[in-house]
Design a protein around this ligand. Structure first.
Ligand SMILES: [Zn+2]
Length: 193
């Protein structure tokens, strides 16, 4: 999963990246996690993209803080300062992310849930509560590891760059840079508008 201006994703298998029938497999950003929630660019409401992308966190923090040009990175810093309002914005986003990851895990029985993109640069501020939230929702499944993408913020861009090859179904593609198949929209990673 890549958490940039949008939430995107890809499904890595032992044989490369699974593309699906139309090249769209892994599009976790449009899994509805908050029915009736904020409007999404896809036309539905409550998609993961609309509630937990960097852009969504930026919008929520801008509204909560009264700072029109606030970015997701500003929210992360406020969380670090112990700001209770920012913590609530962050908790809501992390909970939605966990719900989306659990939906993916329920379908795919993942070994690893790999999270990159600009929002993942928050480090332990993200991964600490996200691991807890995933564990709280795991039910009867085995708990997958929740890890940062090896290439951090760049993982999504490199994954997108590799995607034409994966769509052509070349066997056992491995990006020589080490990217692990996470794709991104290329929009601002901090969500700042
Ligand atoms: Zn959507």
């Amino acid at each position: 999963m890549s958490l940039g201006g949008r939430v995107t994703g890809a499904i890595g298998t032992g044989h490369g990246v699974e593309t699906g029938a139309h090249g769209r497999a892994g599009g976790i950003g449009h899994v509805v996690v908050r029915p009736g929630g904020p409007a999404c660019a896809c036309g539905r409401r409550g998609c993961l993209d609309a509630v937990a992308s960097a852009a969504a966190v930026a919008r929520a923090w801008a509204a909560a803080s009264g700072t029109a040009d606030a970015g997701a990175d500003d929210c992360v810093r406020a969380v670090g300062r112990g700001d209770a309002v920012a913590a609530e914005v962050w908790r809501a986003a992390v909970g939605a992310l966990a719900d989306g990851l659990i939906a993916a895990h329920t379908l795919l029985d993942c070994r690893s849930l790999i999270v990159g993109g600009g929002l993942a640069e928050a480090g332990d501020t993200l991964f600490g509560p996200l691991r807890v939230a995933v564990a709280e929702r795991i039910a009867f499944r085995r708990l997958p590891e929740v890890v940062p993408a090896a290439l951090g913020e760049a993982a999504g861009c490199l994954g997108r760059g590799c995607s034409p090859w994966t769509r052509s179904r070349r066997p056992a593609l491995r990006c020589s840079s080490g990217a692990r198949g996470v794709r991104s929209s290329g929009r601002g990673a901090t969500g700042r508008r």
